[in-house]
Design a protein around this ligand. Sequence first.
Ligand code: ZN
Ligand code: ZN
Length: 311
Amino acid sequence: MSAPKILQPGEIEAFSSAIPQLHPPAADLFRARAGRLRRIAPDHSLAAYLGFIAAIADCQQSLLEGLSDLPEAASRHIERRREHGLPPLAIDGWPRDPVWRGLARTLATEVAGDAPAQAQAVMDRIAGSSDDWLEDQASALLALDLARVDIAASTIIGAALQVYWVRLARGFDPTGVARPDPPRLCPVCGAHPVASVVHMGGTDDALRYLVCSLCASHWYLERVKCSNCANTRDLGYHAVENPKSAIRAESCPDCHSYLKVLYRNLLPELDPTADDLGSLALDWLMSDEGYARSGVNLMLLQAAPAPREAH
Ligand SMILES: [Zn+2]
Ligand SMILES: [Zn+2]
């Protein structure tokens, strides 16, 4: 019997280059999210709210499927940014196609019947809103400038922006996109992650990926590494009850932030946006322990400060 083989540095590099660094969003992303929300809602204290987000996700899926190919101008922007090593769909300065405003108004109209009574006025307001107001709200939301964001309207506006950016992210070849350093922002659009996911099966079995809160791309990050400041020492893992839970928070003693880790190898149907909403008790626990949330969920903007930079 031969001794266990220890990888030499060159071999480790060869191994890492074989790791898929980036996965574009899935075609049925919003359908899967809606299904997962409906499975976790019935026994949940936030059942009505999760059901409303599921109705939004259903509508997002049909809007995504109805969007046509990227216009020529978008493809040219992507190429120019790629040549400069920038995230190809960076939210900063991206010329948003007016089509996204139609998505926001349609969403507000279509899901009004599922919205809680107190949200009806907000749905009407979005459906009849001016172009200028929608653009101003989109800019504030993407910049996480919460003082300017109309929080009551942000779920619908965020949902419309997700459909638009997911369509963009599905419309170009992701090879050659630069690896982000530090890893906290999406290499495709520059938005914050909602959570991280440990994949199961295929070439990335047991590898961990961060999942974009906006375009839903997955980008690779080593396990046991802070996504906010890249620290690898003394990370903590927290769960509400069972320490082997499929949803845990990875905390960093250096920058005092945390990001959730969803273990699909334990529960394959986990969805980053849905299960983040379904595990708010973990956020309350982490807040009590003095950690700041670094994940962003556009379906529920929390009145926490924007993710802090590493010092
Ligand atoms: Zn992104
Ligand atoms: Zn950190």
